[in-house]
Design a protein around this ligand. Structure first.
Ligand SMILES: [Zn+2]
Length: 67
């Protein structure tokens, strides 16, 4: 058994019992990802280099593939 704390709500849960790890549930995962994206995209696009934008999209893609 591996107990971890959800990065969003700080609740302890069993790591392998959650489909949404490292979050405890889908809600936490979406809220956290959404908040992160909001923050990222509030940065004016022209301030991101092409490389940075690519990296960002890659992270988003990877997150989506984990479903
Ligand atoms: Zn949580």
């Amino acid at each position: 058994m591996l107990k971890v704390k959800c990065p969003h709500c700080k609740k302890e849960f069993e790591y392998y019992s959650s489909e949404f790890r490292p979050f405890c549930c889908e809600k936490c995962r979406l809220i956290d990802l959404g908040a992160w994206l909001d923050e990222s995209y509030s940065v004016p696009a022209q301030k991101l280099t092409e490389e940075e934008q690519e990296k960002l999209m890659q992270i988003v893609d990877e997150s989506n593939e984990e479903n």
